[in-house]
Write a protein that binds this ligand. Structure first.
Ligand SMILES: Nc1nc2c(c(=O)[nH]1)N[C@H]1C(S)=C(S)[C@@H](COP(=O)(O)OP(=O)(O)OC[C@H]3O[C@@H](n4cnc5c(=O)[nH]c(N)nc54)[C@H](O)[C@@H]3O)O[C@H]1N2
Ligand SMILES: Nc1nc2c(c(=O)[nH]1)N[C@H]1C(S)=C(S)[C@@H](COP(=O)(O)OP(=O)(O)OC[C@H]3O[C@@H](n4cnc5c(=O)[nH]c(N)nc54)[C@H](O)[C@@H]3O)O[C@H]1N2
Ligand code: SF4
Ligand SMILES: [Mo]
Length: 689
């Protein structure tokens, strides 16, 4: 290990820990033991020194006076946020004492870990924590909140989360950004597209909101939410009908093209225009542009999969590059996610062998229902790397569950989040810059390391360290539960089954900071699908009860009379999910939690730009600031950002989102709900149910 901590002043290489595909290389400037500046590392081969505004202001988060410094014990009612400091010894003693009692009286499945990727470091998010809860045989969390539906859908078509190499896309001549707000959420893909644009490439954006990415496009195509599969099938209709397909590619590398050819006859441009709201002429024009431009590249976003039909939608769009043989052209094809290439040795890291028997699995998107309804009940919740009171669907149900007096809740975080307010014990977490951890991106192919640049803030501890302490407190004497960070990284990257890890060792990472995984081009070659080819027809899907061919199914909520607006509560530019929502600098940059609506809808409701509006449905309500214009279609409202509530102001948009599950993967359907909108404070007669 390089000892950066011994040098109080200097510039040190780091990696961005946030849940963002770019996973930038960083340079951390330190003076007298304190971070004074963070910038991009020009030596990083993909991100090349450019970073986003939010991480340029990261030091303000690290030293935010609100940051937690000691363990805390709750002294007021749940949800109020009244705590007193305690020692680590007391905290670990209280937690392990309660857990021993629960295990003796109700069994280890009464305890549920709840986590996500607030820090993408693998040993802290899917390493020592998993070992600990496996050893305990606690209930398991099904981590479905982000990309589960789309990943399963993409896998039916392509076999795994594998796609085009991002650096290759600089050769593309057409970029289709489909349901991704890349200017905010994948800025280096935008940088690469800009480079290609200078060589004549065109940029198409297909979205329900003309946000920063839509405004940057050469051609912005707005459509009705949840209708993308129909649009993709309409494009396929035109490609087949006009003889614009690459027949040699279809024969060599796909299964089911004849079935698909017959199937898409039903999706003619007029039918698809009715479904999607995209004019028939535009559908034909886009199909022609797509077939006439090589290489063409589709960046498939997360937005489309957060719908009732999200899995099938991603599976359908993922079929498109095969129709024109784009996978054989450097820079052509698609990226949904590339995490499959750099999958580390998760068995060695997580040690499922420490578990006794099979545990019950709880879908993280249904946390409220799980806390209120599961039998036998969950008696203890341990939350880390996530903020479910704000980010999980049906927030009011989640908060009702978290309010249960008989639920023993522990939250490990850097900040007193909304979720932490419901905790019995709060533990202070180190920031990523205070830890050692292993990183790999779900977009580019580099594996990276973080070595501690600054000492732990206050008494804060890393996830790995806390689980080592909890293991000791529980009397678990398995040596794997005391492994060092370096041990854990060594075990994760020692993975002969994935040849991409050849030559990637702990020592190489320490020495070089960025090591490229040895990723081979997908074609020519065999895909990890059952047939080894792109599955336009998937027998595996048929066996699971899905239509084996790509198919459009409408969203479930259709009661337009009662709830006139489809509600799309997405992320924003200056936060990372709910991270930064408590940091003044970032909240100021974002100004206010907005609701974008069409001018015609606003006029009909007498709402003026900048006015506060109430947004509600059967699940709950939120108060936002109206942003009126032509950036969304009539009948659609879009909010941006997962804000914390302010005194007297309900900003939690997930109070309105459904906790039903998507068609695949147990995924979330954040964007498939409906709402009503009115000026805040104005009484509105609701239509009878
Ligand atoms: N600045 C910033 N960057 C982030 C994040 C953040 O919060 N802020 N979050 C990170 C995480 S965890 C993730 S998963 C990614 C998410 O980032 P993206 O992949 O960009 O996904 P979203 O922003 O959720 O949605 C993308 C777009 O889908 C659109 N959309 C919604 N419904 C539909 C639809 O039915 N059809 C179409 N075509 N478009 C639709 C939305 O308007 C939005 O513009 O970003 C990561 N990066
Ligand atoms: N309405 C709506 N809801 C959404 C989405 C949406 O688009 N719309 N997006 C969804 C998606 S794609 C995702 S991925 C989820 C993400 O939701 P979360 O995973 O909850 O992400 P964050 O809100 O960033 O919260 C991460 C928390 O982890 C903490 N943290 C950071 N580093 C560490 C660490 O090292 N240790 C510990 N113990 N804690 C740490 C941070 O301080 C922060 O409070 O949200 C989902 N929710
Ligand atoms: S949030 Fe994304 S773009 Fe910003 S520094 Fe981190 S990896 Fe780079
Ligand atoms: Mo996500």
């Amino acid at each position: 290990m390089k000892d950066f901590l011994n040098e109080p002043t200097g510039v040190f290489p780091s990696v961005c820990s946030l849940d963002c595909p770019d996973q930038c290389g960083l340079l951390v400037h330190k003076r007298d033991g304190r971070i004074v500046k963070i910038e991009g590392d020009p030596d990083h081969p993909v991100t090349q020194g450019a970073i986003c505004n939010k991480v340029r202001h990261m030091a303000e988060r690290i030293y935010d006076p609100k940051r937690l410094t000691t363990p805390l014990r709750r002294v007021g009612p749940k949800g109020e946020g009244a705590f007193e400091p305690i020692t680590w010894e007391e905290a670990i003693g209280t937690i392990t004492g309660r857990w021993r009692e629960l295990i003796a009286s109700e069994g280890p499945e009464s305890i549920l870990p709840y986590s996500f990727y607030g820090n993408m470091g693998r040993i802290g998010t899917e390493g020592m924590d998993r070992r600990f809860f496996n050893r305990m045989s606690a209930s398991e969390l099904d981590q479905t909140i982000c990309e589960a539906a789309g990943s399963e859908g993409y896998r039916y078509t392509m076999g795994d989360s594998i796609g085009t190499s991002p650096e290759d896309t600089e050769h593309a001549k057409l970029f289709v950004f489909w349901g991704i707000n890349a200017v905010s959420t994948n800025m280096h893909q935008v940088t690469i597209a800009e480079k290609a644009r200078k060589n004549g490439a065109k940029i198409v954006v297909i979205d329900v909101h003309r946000n920063r990415t839509g405004k940057w496009a050469d051609w912005f195509i707005p459509l009705k939410p949840g209708t993308d599969a129909a649009l993709a099938l309409g494009l396929m209709h035109v490609l087949f009908a006009e003889g614009r397909t690459d027949e040699a590619f279809l024969r060599e590398y796909t299964v089911g093209h004849e079935e698909l050819r017959a199937h898409v006859k039903a999706y003619d441009p007029d039918t698809v225009a009715d479904i999607t709201g995209v004019p028939a002429g535009d559908i034909v024009r886009l199909a022609r542009m797509y077939s006439e431009t090589t290489p063409s590249f589709i960046r498939i976003g997360n937005g489309i999969q957060h719908h009732d039909n999200g899995g099938m939608c991603v599976r359908t769009i993922a079929c498109l590059p095969a129709l024109t043989g784009q996978w054989l052209h450097r820079g052509g094809g698609a990226i949904k996610a590339n995490g499959g290439y750099v999958q580390h040795n998760s068995r060695a890291l997580q040690r499922p062998d420490l578990r006794k028997g099979k545990a019950r699995s709880v879908n993280m998107n249904r946390l409220g229902s799980a806390l209120l309804e599961l039998d036998p009940p969950i008696r203890s919740l341990y939350v880390y790397n996530t903020n479910p009171a704000v980010v999980a669907p049906e927030a009011n149900k989640v908060r009702e569950g978290l309010s249960r007096e008989d639920l023993f809740t522990v939250v490990h975080d850097l900040f007193p989040t909304e979720t932490a307010k419901y905790a019995d014990i709060v533990l202070p977490a180190t920031s990523a810059f205070e830890n050692t951890d292993l990183y790999h991106s779900y977009w580019h192919h580099y594996v990276q390391i973080q070595q501690p640049v600054v000492a732990p803030y206050g008494e804060s501890k890393s996830n790995v360290e806390v689980f080592r302490l909890l293991a000791r407190g529980m009397g678990y004497d398995d040596p794997a539960l005391q492994d060092s960070e370096a041990d854990l990284i060594r075990q994760a990257v020692d993975y002969p089954r994935n040849p991409a890890y050849d030559g990637i060792t702990y020592e190489a990472l320490v020495e070089r900071q960025y090591v490229k995984a040895d990723v081979k081009p997908l074609f020519p070659g065999r895909l990890p699908t059952p047939s080894g080819k792109i599955e336009l027809y998937s027998a595996a899907m048929g066996r699971k009860g899905y239509p084996p061919l790509p198919t459009y199914t409408p969203l479930l909520e259709q009661d337009e009379e009662r709830w006139p607006f489809r509600f799309i509560p997405g992320p924003n530019h200056n936060f990372l999910n709910s991270t930064f929502s408590l940091n003044e600098k970032h909240a100021k940059l974002e100004k206010a939690p907005k609701l974008h609506m069409n001018a015609a809808d606003a006029a009909a409701l007498g709402i003026g730009d900048g006015e506060r509006v109430r947004v509600w449905n059967d699940r709950g309500e939120a108060e936002l600031t109206a942003a009126i214009g032509e950036d969304v279609l009539p009948g659609v409202v879009v909010s941006q950002g997962l804000w914390a509530d302010a005194p007297g102001k309900k900003h939690t948009v997930n109070a309105l989102t459904p906790d039903r599950l998507a068609d695949m993967g147990g995924g979330a359907v954040f964007f498939s709900g409906r709402v009503q909108v009115a000026r805040a404070g104005e009484a509105v007669a609701e239509a009878a149910p």
